[in-house]
Design a protein around this ligand. Structure first.
Ligand code: KG4
Ligand code: ZN
Length: 336
């Protein structure tokens, strides 16, 4: 008789996406994502509103994930949830739900680190060879990660201030675009000239990044231009977006190239929300051809926050017997 499949129910609620997924033996059966629209009009995520929206969304999202997967709740093997990092109120909703669910059904509980999960999203559809390097770029983090094995990762360097996604979103806000602005900057950038305006690139040591400088230089640049031409943004939106995106991507790629060269690793991936950016996807493909890298780029739905990546991480933790007990509590910012 074949062994029972390992069905992981995974829950992600670290920021403004309520997501649930069912992963069977490491394969995604369903991945439901409810994106909270409530934040759009505020120009950024409002933590209290995010927690409330998670509370409203979580039951229907989990229910849909089970139905879409065709899996009965009595066939779930373990419950995985995002423990850290994130907005504490948002994390609490997912953690409380996961703990209650696990306790009610007598299931093991698995606590997952969100940034580790972004990296392991690569293993949903492909199988990068170890060791590989991952540039994880999201709304809250920018990291170069050395992955020696599924659960053996080291952050080689990260941003000392803003994350790359934050830089995209803040520039978008200056341009009058709604939150999250990253995808819109990407859209307008595709129509513009990346060399039209020049913005300074930060020079950081080792594998560190800094994105607060570009944000400030764009702010001063726009203020100066608007003094002589109040319609400057509207008339130059595509070129501004293309130039800002070009600068951010160059900063990211310079460090990634340095890490690949220093460590002699040619299996390279990008992950996190900003890895959905078409310019970055193109840049890493081109670098792959130029430097002989084997490049890994997640599908769009696994770039931004999703529970499938929590489930794949949960699956590997399950195989290693890494379980949490009922005293586990979420943490807004923990190292993995
Ligand atoms: O990984 P993610 O969904 O959430 C966090 O863990 O932070 O990343 C969200 C970030 C936001 O800053 C969003 O603007 C950015 O990813 N983003 C993009 C694109 N799609 C999402 N940035 C640039 N271009 C995109 N196409
Ligand atoms: Zn994320």
């Amino acid at each position: 008789m074949p062994a029972d499949p390992i069905n992981i129910l995974a829950i992600e609620s670290s920021c403004d996406e309520t997501s649930a997924a069912i992963i069977q033996d490491g394969k995604v059966l369903s991945n439901i994502i409810a994106t909270q629209k409530v934040h759009e009009r505020y120009g950024g995520v409002v933590p209290e509103l995010a927690s409330r929206a998670h509370m409203q969304n979580i039951v229907p999202v989990v229910d849909t994930a089970l139905k879409d997967a065709g899996v009965n709740k009595k066939d779930i093997t373990a419950v995985a949830f995002t423990r850290s990092p994130g907005l504490i109120g948002s994390l609490l909703v997912g953690a409380c739900f996961a703990k209650s669910y696990a306790q009610a059904l007598g299931l093991p509980l698995i606590a997952v680190h969100h940034m580790q999960a972004h990296v392991l999203a690569h293993f949903i559809d492909s199988k990068p060879e170890f060791p590989f390097l991952c540039l994880t770029v999201s709304g809250g983090h920018t990291q170069i990660v050395l992955c020696r094995d599924y659960l053996d990762m080291e952050v080689l360097g990260q941003t000392i201030d803003d994350a790359a996604g934050e830089a995209f979103d803040k520039v978008a806000k200056m341009l009058g675009l709604p939150y999250p602005g990253g995808p819109l900057v990407d859209k307008y950038a595709a129509l513009g000239d990346p060399l039209r305006f020049k913005f300074p690139m930060s020079e950081m040591k080792d594998y560190e990044f800094s994105f607060s400088g570009i944000k400030t230089s764009v702010l001063y640049f726009l203020q100066a231009q608007k003094k002589t031409n109040p319609d400057f943004i509207a008339e130059n939106l595509n070129d501004i977006c293309a130039s800002v995106q070009y600068t951010i991507i160059n900063m990211l790629m310079n460090k990634l190239r340095k890490a690949a060269k220093d460590l002699h690793i040619n299996h390279i991936g990008i992950a996190g929300g900003v890895s959905a950016n078409s310019g970055l996807r193109k840049a890493i493909k081109e670098a792959g051809e130029k430097y002989g890298w084997q490049v890994y780029i997640p599908k769009f739905e696994y770039c931004t926050d999703n529970a499938a990546m929590i489930g794949i991480t949960g699956y590997h933790k399950y195989l290693k017997g890494e379980f949490a007990d009922m005293t586990v509590s979420p943490d807004a910012r923990s190292a993995w």
